[in-house]
Design a protein around this ligand. Structure first.
Ligand code: CA
Length: 425
Protein backbone atom coordinates (compact mmCIF):
# COMPACT_ATOMS: atom_id res chain seq x y z
CA UNK A 1 0.00 0.00 0.00
CA UNK A 2 2.84 2.40 0.86
CA UNK A 3 5.13 2.98 -2.11
CA UNK A 4 7.48 5.52 -3.68
CA UNK A 5 4.57 7.95 -4.27
CA UNK A 6 4.31 8.45 -0.48
CA UNK A 7 8.05 9.00 0.10
CA UNK A 8 8.32 12.09 2.32
CA UNK A 9 11.55 12.99 0.51
CA UNK A 10 9.74 13.14 -2.84
CA UNK A 11 9.57 16.64 -4.32
CA UNK A 12 8.34 18.03 -7.60
CA UNK A 13 9.70 20.49 -10.15
CA UNK A 14 6.28 22.13 -9.77
CA UNK A 15 6.49 24.68 -6.98
CA UNK A 16 4.34 23.63 -4.02
CA UNK A 17 4.19 25.95 -1.00
CA UNK A 18 5.03 24.32 2.35
CA UNK A 19 1.98 22.91 4.06
CA UNK A 20 -0.14 23.07 0.90
CA UNK A 21 -3.06 20.63 0.71
CA UNK A 22 -1.78 19.24 -2.58
CA UNK A 23 1.90 18.22 -2.39
CA UNK A 24 3.19 15.65 -4.88
CA UNK A 25 2.27 12.93 -2.35
CA UNK A 26 -1.45 13.74 -2.74
CA UNK A 27 -2.43 14.00 -6.45
CA UNK A 28 -6.22 14.23 -5.92
CA UNK A 29 -8.58 13.63 -8.83
CA UNK A 30 -11.08 16.15 -10.18
CA UNK A 31 -12.86 17.56 -13.20
CA UNK A 32 -11.98 21.05 -14.43
CA UNK A 33 -12.67 23.32 -17.37
CA UNK A 34 -11.13 26.53 -18.53
CA UNK A 35 -13.01 27.87 -21.50
CA UNK A 36 -13.22 24.40 -23.01
CA UNK A 37 -14.76 21.02 -22.26
CA UNK A 38 -14.62 19.67 -18.69
CA UNK A 39 -12.00 16.92 -18.32
CA UNK A 40 -9.96 15.05 -15.76
CA UNK A 41 -7.18 16.61 -13.74
CA UNK A 42 -4.88 16.05 -10.80
CA UNK A 43 -4.00 18.88 -8.45
CA UNK A 44 -0.46 19.72 -7.40
CA UNK A 45 0.05 22.94 -5.49
CA UNK A 46 -1.75 25.72 -7.34
CA UNK A 47 -1.56 23.86 -10.65
CA UNK A 48 -3.70 21.21 -12.29
CA UNK A 49 -2.29 18.44 -14.44
CA UNK A 50 -4.45 18.02 -17.55
CA UNK A 51 -4.86 14.25 -17.63
CA UNK A 52 -6.65 14.27 -20.98
CA UNK A 53 -3.68 16.06 -22.52
CA UNK A 54 -1.18 13.69 -20.87
CA UNK A 55 -3.11 10.72 -22.21
CA UNK A 56 -3.37 12.22 -25.70
CA UNK A 57 0.37 12.89 -25.67
CA UNK A 58 1.11 9.31 -24.68
CA UNK A 59 2.76 10.39 -21.42
CA UNK A 60 0.53 8.12 -19.29
CA UNK A 61 -0.66 4.60 -19.94
CA UNK A 62 -4.31 5.38 -19.18
CA UNK A 63 -6.95 5.33 -21.90
CA UNK A 64 -8.33 8.76 -22.88
CA UNK A 65 -11.84 7.44 -22.20
CA UNK A 66 -10.99 7.25 -18.51
CA UNK A 67 -9.77 10.84 -18.11
CA UNK A 68 -10.89 12.96 -21.07
CA UNK A 69 -14.63 13.06 -20.44
CA UNK A 70 -16.70 15.29 -18.16
CA UNK A 71 -16.85 12.71 -15.33
CA UNK A 72 -14.38 10.33 -13.71
CA UNK A 73 -16.81 7.46 -13.10
CA UNK A 74 -14.96 5.10 -15.44
CA UNK A 75 -11.62 5.87 -13.80
CA UNK A 76 -13.08 5.43 -10.31
CA UNK A 77 -14.43 2.03 -11.41
CA UNK A 78 -11.04 0.87 -12.69
CA UNK A 79 -8.96 0.48 -9.56
CA UNK A 80 -5.89 -0.78 -11.42
CA UNK A 81 -5.92 2.16 -13.85
CA UNK A 82 -6.39 4.62 -10.98
CA UNK A 83 -3.39 3.19 -9.15
CA UNK A 84 -1.28 3.13 -12.32
CA UNK A 85 -2.18 6.75 -13.05
CA UNK A 86 -1.00 7.84 -9.62
CA UNK A 87 2.35 6.09 -9.97
CA UNK A 88 2.94 7.45 -13.47
CA UNK A 89 1.95 11.06 -12.77
CA UNK A 90 4.00 11.02 -9.57
CA UNK A 91 7.08 10.00 -11.56
CA UNK A 92 6.41 12.63 -14.24
CA UNK A 93 6.09 15.40 -11.65
CA UNK A 94 9.04 14.29 -9.54
CA UNK A 95 11.72 13.84 -12.18
CA UNK A 96 12.92 17.12 -13.75
CA UNK A 97 13.76 15.14 -16.91
CA UNK A 98 10.00 15.16 -17.70
CA UNK A 99 9.48 18.87 -17.12
CA UNK A 100 9.74 19.95 -20.77
CA UNK A 101 7.22 17.36 -21.89
CA UNK A 102 4.73 17.78 -19.03
CA UNK A 103 4.78 21.49 -18.21
CA UNK A 104 2.71 22.50 -21.26
CA UNK A 105 -0.08 20.32 -19.83
CA UNK A 106 -0.32 22.17 -16.51
CA UNK A 107 -2.92 24.86 -15.96
CA UNK A 108 -3.20 27.39 -13.14
CA UNK A 109 -5.87 26.36 -10.65
CA UNK A 110 -7.01 29.96 -10.41
CA UNK A 111 -7.86 30.03 -14.13
CA UNK A 112 -10.30 27.13 -14.20
CA UNK A 113 -13.71 26.07 -12.93
CA UNK A 114 -13.93 22.92 -10.84
CA UNK A 115 -16.89 20.60 -11.34
CA UNK A 116 -18.19 17.53 -9.54
CA UNK A 117 -15.60 14.78 -10.05
CA UNK A 118 -18.22 12.19 -10.98
CA UNK A 119 -21.81 11.82 -12.06
CA UNK A 120 -23.40 10.80 -8.76
CA UNK A 121 -26.06 8.17 -9.38
CA UNK A 122 -26.94 7.75 -5.74
CA UNK A 123 -26.09 9.59 -2.56
CA UNK A 124 -26.58 8.03 0.87
CA UNK A 125 -25.94 9.83 4.13
CA UNK A 126 -24.94 7.79 7.17
CA UNK A 127 -24.94 8.79 10.84
CA UNK A 128 -21.72 7.27 12.12
CA UNK A 129 -20.45 10.26 14.13
CA UNK A 130 -21.37 8.91 17.55
CA UNK A 131 -20.84 12.18 19.44
CA UNK A 132 -23.19 13.96 17.04
CA UNK A 133 -25.77 11.18 17.20
CA UNK A 134 -25.62 11.28 20.99
CA UNK A 135 -25.87 15.09 21.19
CA UNK A 136 -28.79 15.28 18.75
CA UNK A 137 -30.50 12.34 20.41
CA UNK A 138 -30.17 14.06 23.78
CA UNK A 139 -32.03 17.11 22.46
CA UNK A 140 -35.00 14.90 21.58
CA UNK A 141 -34.68 12.10 24.13
CA UNK A 142 -32.69 13.15 27.23
CA UNK A 143 -33.20 9.72 28.82
CA UNK A 144 -32.12 7.66 25.81
CA UNK A 145 -29.92 9.69 23.43
CA UNK A 146 -28.86 6.69 21.33
CA UNK A 147 -31.54 4.29 20.21
CA UNK A 148 -30.72 0.58 20.72
CA UNK A 149 -30.10 -0.09 17.03
CA UNK A 150 -27.26 2.46 16.75
CA UNK A 151 -24.52 0.11 17.95
CA UNK A 152 -25.66 -2.69 15.64
CA UNK A 153 -26.71 -0.90 12.44
CA UNK A 154 -24.74 1.78 10.52
CA UNK A 155 -27.78 4.09 10.31
CA UNK A 156 -28.33 5.99 7.06
CA UNK A 157 -30.92 7.40 4.70
CA UNK A 158 -31.09 7.85 0.95
CA UNK A 159 -30.20 11.42 0.07
CA UNK A 160 -30.71 13.33 -3.14
CA UNK A 161 -27.91 12.96 -5.69
CA UNK A 162 -29.17 15.66 -8.07
CA UNK A 163 -28.48 18.48 -5.60
CA UNK A 164 -24.88 17.64 -4.71
CA UNK A 165 -22.66 20.50 -5.84
CA UNK A 166 -18.93 21.29 -5.72
CA UNK A 167 -17.41 23.76 -3.30
CA UNK A 168 -18.27 27.39 -3.94
CA UNK A 169 -21.86 27.02 -5.11
CA UNK A 170 -24.20 29.40 -3.22
CA UNK A 171 -26.49 27.93 -0.57
CA UNK A 172 -29.96 29.22 -1.36
CA UNK A 173 -31.92 29.32 1.89
CA UNK A 174 -34.68 26.73 1.56
CA UNK A 175 -38.30 27.37 2.33
CA UNK A 176 -40.69 24.85 3.76
CA UNK A 177 -43.07 23.92 6.52
CA UNK A 178 -41.92 24.98 9.95
CA UNK A 179 -43.70 24.18 13.19
CA UNK A 180 -42.23 24.88 16.59
CA UNK A 181 -43.66 22.73 19.42
CA UNK A 182 -45.59 25.73 20.77
CA UNK A 183 -47.20 26.51 17.40
CA UNK A 184 -50.73 25.26 16.82
CA UNK A 185 -50.23 24.94 13.07
CA UNK A 186 -47.25 24.88 10.73
CA UNK A 187 -46.33 27.92 8.64
CA UNK A 188 -44.53 28.01 5.29
CA UNK A 189 -41.55 30.22 4.64
CA UNK A 190 -37.77 30.48 4.60
CA UNK A 191 -36.02 28.24 7.11
CA UNK A 192 -35.13 30.09 10.31
CA UNK A 193 -32.81 27.34 11.51
CA UNK A 194 -30.39 26.73 8.64
CA UNK A 195 -27.37 24.69 9.69
CA UNK A 196 -24.27 22.99 8.31
CA UNK A 197 -22.98 19.48 9.02
CA UNK A 198 -19.26 18.66 9.01
CA UNK A 199 -18.96 15.34 7.21
CA UNK A 200 -16.70 13.37 4.94
CA UNK A 201 -17.80 11.92 1.62
CA UNK A 202 -16.83 8.40 0.55
CA UNK A 203 -16.63 7.92 -3.22
CA UNK A 204 -17.46 4.45 -4.48
CA UNK A 205 -14.97 3.03 -6.99
CA UNK A 206 -15.70 -0.43 -8.33
CA UNK A 207 -19.36 -1.31 -7.85
CA UNK A 208 -21.15 -4.57 -7.07
CA UNK A 209 -23.83 -6.46 -8.98
CA UNK A 210 -27.41 -6.30 -7.80
CA UNK A 211 -28.04 -9.17 -5.41
CA UNK A 212 -24.36 -9.66 -4.59
CA UNK A 213 -23.25 -8.18 -1.24
CA UNK A 214 -19.74 -6.83 -0.64
CA UNK A 215 -17.87 -8.85 2.03
CA UNK A 216 -16.33 -6.67 4.71
CA UNK A 217 -12.82 -7.92 3.83
CA UNK A 218 -13.30 -6.63 0.25
CA UNK A 219 -15.06 -3.36 1.07
CA UNK A 220 -11.95 -1.17 1.06
CA UNK A 221 -11.35 -2.17 -2.57
CA UNK A 222 -14.66 -0.50 -3.48
CA UNK A 223 -13.68 2.89 -2.02
CA UNK A 224 -12.02 5.21 -4.55
CA UNK A 225 -11.35 8.03 -2.13
CA UNK A 226 -12.67 10.65 0.22
CA UNK A 227 -13.68 14.29 0.14
CA UNK A 228 -15.26 16.76 2.54
CA UNK A 229 -19.03 17.02 2.61
CA UNK A 230 -21.42 19.59 4.05
CA UNK A 231 -24.93 18.26 4.55
CA UNK A 232 -26.76 21.60 4.79
CA UNK A 233 -29.79 21.12 7.03
CA UNK A 234 -32.92 23.16 7.74
CA UNK A 235 -33.56 22.16 11.35
CA UNK A 236 -37.05 23.66 11.58
CA UNK A 237 -38.19 21.80 8.47
CA UNK A 238 -36.44 18.67 9.73
CA UNK A 239 -38.03 18.68 13.18
CA UNK A 240 -41.53 18.83 11.71
CA UNK A 241 -41.17 16.46 8.75
CA UNK A 242 -38.82 13.72 9.94
CA UNK A 243 -41.38 11.48 11.65
CA UNK A 244 -41.75 8.66 10.68
CA UNK A 245 -39.60 8.30 7.55
CA UNK A 246 -36.58 10.50 8.29
CA UNK A 247 -34.97 13.46 6.49
CA UNK A 248 -36.61 14.76 3.30
CA UNK A 249 -36.84 18.42 2.23
CA UNK A 250 -34.78 19.57 5.21
CA UNK A 251 -31.72 18.07 3.52
CA UNK A 252 -32.44 17.66 -0.18
CA UNK A 253 -32.03 21.32 -1.22
CA UNK A 254 -28.21 21.13 -1.37
CA UNK A 255 -25.18 19.07 -0.36
CA UNK A 256 -21.71 20.54 -0.95
CA UNK A 257 -18.57 18.45 -1.52
CA UNK A 258 -14.97 19.55 -1.83
CA UNK A 259 -14.10 19.38 -5.52
CA UNK A 260 -11.23 16.88 -5.32
CA UNK A 261 -11.26 13.17 -4.56
CA UNK A 262 -8.31 12.37 -2.32
CA UNK A 263 -7.75 8.80 -3.41
CA UNK A 264 -7.64 5.73 -1.21
CA UNK A 265 -4.07 5.28 -2.47
CA UNK A 266 -3.02 8.76 -1.31
CA UNK A 267 -4.62 8.10 2.08
CA UNK A 268 -2.76 4.82 2.69
CA UNK A 269 -0.24 6.32 5.16
CA UNK A 270 -3.01 7.91 7.19
CA UNK A 271 -4.97 4.77 8.04
CA UNK A 272 -5.29 4.12 11.74
CA UNK A 273 -6.98 1.55 13.92
CA UNK A 274 -10.68 1.92 14.52
CA UNK A 275 -11.11 3.20 18.09
CA UNK A 276 -11.98 0.38 20.49
CA UNK A 277 -15.65 0.31 21.42
CA UNK A 278 -16.43 1.43 24.96
CA UNK A 279 -16.84 -1.32 27.55
CA UNK A 280 -20.27 -2.82 27.36
CA UNK A 281 -20.87 -2.01 23.69
CA UNK A 282 -21.69 -5.00 21.47
CA UNK A 283 -19.14 -6.18 18.93
CA UNK A 284 -20.14 -5.59 15.30
CA UNK A 285 -22.07 -8.52 13.88
CA UNK A 286 -19.78 -10.90 11.95
CA UNK A 287 -20.65 -9.54 8.49
CA UNK A 288 -19.31 -6.13 9.61
CA UNK A 289 -16.26 -7.34 11.49
CA UNK A 290 -12.88 -7.77 9.83
CA UNK A 291 -9.55 -7.77 11.63
CA UNK A 292 -7.76 -5.78 8.93
CA UNK A 293 -10.54 -3.19 8.84
CA UNK A 294 -10.46 -2.83 12.63
CA UNK A 295 -6.67 -2.50 12.51
CA UNK A 296 -6.49 0.13 9.74
CA UNK A 297 -9.99 1.14 8.62
CA UNK A 298 -10.10 4.57 10.25
CA UNK A 299 -8.31 7.73 9.08
CA UNK A 300 -6.14 10.30 10.87
CA UNK A 301 -7.80 13.36 9.38
CA UNK A 302 -8.16 16.65 11.22
CA UNK A 303 -11.30 18.56 10.29
CA UNK A 304 -12.17 22.22 10.78
CA UNK A 305 -15.19 24.51 10.32
CA UNK A 306 -14.69 28.24 9.68
CA UNK A 307 -17.36 30.94 9.49
CA UNK A 308 -17.24 34.36 7.85
CA UNK A 309 -20.25 36.64 8.23
CA UNK A 310 -21.15 39.51 5.90
CA UNK A 311 -20.09 41.96 8.64
CA UNK A 312 -16.77 40.21 9.02
CA UNK A 313 -16.16 40.37 5.28
CA UNK A 314 -17.05 44.07 5.22
CA UNK A 315 -14.52 44.68 8.00
CA UNK A 316 -11.93 42.37 6.42
CA UNK A 317 -11.95 40.26 9.59
CA UNK A 318 -10.41 36.81 9.50
CA UNK A 319 -12.80 33.83 9.59
CA UNK A 320 -13.72 32.50 13.01
CA UNK A 321 -13.04 28.84 13.71
CA UNK A 322 -16.22 27.21 14.96
CA UNK A 323 -14.86 23.70 15.34
CA UNK A 324 -11.84 21.44 15.18
CA UNK A 325 -12.74 17.77 14.96
CA UNK A 326 -11.47 14.55 13.43
CA UNK A 327 -12.52 11.68 11.22
CA UNK A 328 -11.72 9.22 14.02
CA UNK A 329 -15.04 10.02 15.68
CA UNK A 330 -16.72 7.54 13.33
CA UNK A 331 -18.35 4.67 15.25
CA UNK A 332 -18.39 2.65 12.01
CA UNK A 333 -15.60 2.57 9.40
CA UNK A 334 -16.09 3.57 5.77
CA UNK A 335 -15.71 -0.12 4.86
CA UNK A 336 -18.50 -1.05 7.28
CA UNK A 337 -20.73 1.61 5.68
CA UNK A 338 -20.07 0.09 2.24
CA UNK A 339 -20.64 -3.51 3.36
CA UNK A 340 -23.80 -2.68 5.29
CA UNK A 341 -25.19 -0.68 2.35
CA UNK A 342 -24.70 -3.64 0.00
CA UNK A 343 -25.64 -6.31 2.57
CA UNK A 344 -29.22 -6.59 1.29
CA UNK A 345 -27.99 -6.98 -2.28
CA UNK A 346 -28.21 -3.27 -3.11
CA UNK A 347 -25.94 -2.41 -6.02
CA UNK A 348 -23.44 0.39 -5.44
CA UNK A 349 -22.13 2.02 -8.60
CA UNK A 350 -18.90 3.85 -9.45
CA UNK A 351 -19.27 7.49 -8.46
CA UNK A 352 -21.93 6.85 -5.82
CA UNK A 353 -21.41 9.07 -2.81
CA UNK A 354 -21.74 8.09 0.86
CA UNK A 355 -21.75 10.75 3.58
CA UNK A 356 -20.41 9.75 6.97
CA UNK A 357 -22.77 11.83 9.08
CA UNK A 358 -21.67 14.75 11.20
CA UNK A 359 -18.22 14.17 12.68
CA UNK A 360 -18.41 15.99 15.99
CA UNK A 361 -16.02 15.30 18.83
CA UNK A 362 -17.00 14.99 22.47
CA UNK A 363 -16.63 18.65 23.47
CA UNK A 364 -18.00 22.08 22.51
CA UNK A 365 -14.93 22.99 20.43
CA UNK A 366 -15.46 19.98 18.19
CA UNK A 367 -19.17 20.31 17.40
CA UNK A 368 -19.76 19.76 13.70
CA UNK A 369 -23.07 21.64 13.52
CA UNK A 370 -24.68 24.75 14.97
CA UNK A 371 -27.57 22.82 16.51
CA UNK A 372 -24.97 21.23 18.79
CA UNK A 373 -22.92 24.41 19.32
CA UNK A 374 -26.01 26.45 20.24
CA UNK A 375 -27.67 23.64 22.23
CA UNK A 376 -30.64 23.44 19.92
CA UNK A 377 -30.75 27.19 19.41
CA UNK A 378 -30.99 28.00 23.14
CA UNK A 379 -27.41 29.17 23.66
CA UNK A 380 -26.23 31.68 21.01
CA UNK A 381 -22.64 31.38 19.85
CA UNK A 382 -20.74 34.64 20.47
CA UNK A 383 -18.48 35.70 17.58
CA UNK A 384 -15.37 37.86 18.18
CA UNK A 385 -16.92 40.91 16.48
CA UNK A 386 -19.92 40.96 18.83
CA UNK A 387 -22.33 39.16 16.53
CA UNK A 388 -24.08 36.02 17.73
CA UNK A 389 -25.44 32.99 15.93
CA UNK A 390 -27.83 30.22 16.81
CA UNK A 391 -28.21 29.25 13.13
CA UNK A 392 -26.90 30.67 9.84
CA UNK A 393 -27.82 34.14 8.58
CA UNK A 394 -27.89 35.15 4.92
CA UNK A 395 -24.37 36.26 4.01
CA UNK A 396 -22.71 33.68 6.25
CA UNK A 397 -20.04 31.59 4.55
CA UNK A 398 -19.05 28.20 5.98
CA UNK A 399 -15.78 26.53 4.95
CA UNK A 400 -14.82 22.97 5.86
CA UNK A 401 -11.21 21.84 5.62
CA UNK A 402 -9.41 18.59 6.31
CA UNK A 403 -5.81 17.48 6.62
CA UNK A 404 -4.43 13.95 6.94
CA UNK A 405 -1.38 13.59 9.17
CA UNK A 406 0.94 10.72 10.11
CA UNK A 407 4.41 10.64 11.65
CA UNK A 408 7.07 10.28 8.98
CA UNK A 409 4.82 11.30 6.08
CA UNK A 410 4.01 14.54 4.31
CA UNK A 411 0.51 15.68 5.32
CA UNK A 412 -2.10 16.00 2.60
CA UNK A 413 -5.32 18.01 2.48
CA UNK A 414 -8.70 18.04 0.78
CA UNK A 415 -9.00 21.62 -0.47
CA UNK A 416 -11.97 23.59 0.74
CA UNK A 417 -15.66 22.76 0.97
CA UNK A 418 -17.26 26.20 1.00
CA UNK A 419 -20.74 27.64 0.70
CA UNK A 420 -22.19 31.14 1.07
CA UNK A 421 -25.78 31.38 2.32
CA UNK A 422 -28.02 33.60 0.19
CA UNK A 423 -31.71 34.49 0.45
CA UNK A 424 -34.13 32.50 -1.66
CA UNK A 425 -34.29 33.78 -5.23
CA1 CA B 1 -26.00 14.44 7.74
Amino acid sequence: MIDATHDPALTSWVDVPDGHDFPVQNLPLGIFSGGDAPRGGMAIGERIVDLAALSAAGLIDVAPALVAGPTLNALLADTAARRRLRVQVSALLADPAHRTAVEPHLVAAGDVTLHLPAAIGDYTDFYVGIHHATAIGRLFRPDQPLLPNYKYVPIGYHGRASTVRPSGMPVVRPAGQRKAPADAEPTVGPSRRLDYELEMGVWIGAGNDLGRPIPIAAAADHIAGLSLLNDWSARDLQAWEYVPLGPFLAKSFLTTVSSWIVTAEALAPFRIAQAPRPDGDPQPLPYLLDAADQAAGAFAIRLTVDLTTAAMRAASTAPVRLATSAARHMYWTAAQMVTHHASNGCALNPGDLLGTGTLSGPDLGSCGSLIELSAGGTNPVALPNGETRTFLDDGDEVTLRGTAHAPGFVGIGFGECRGLVVAML
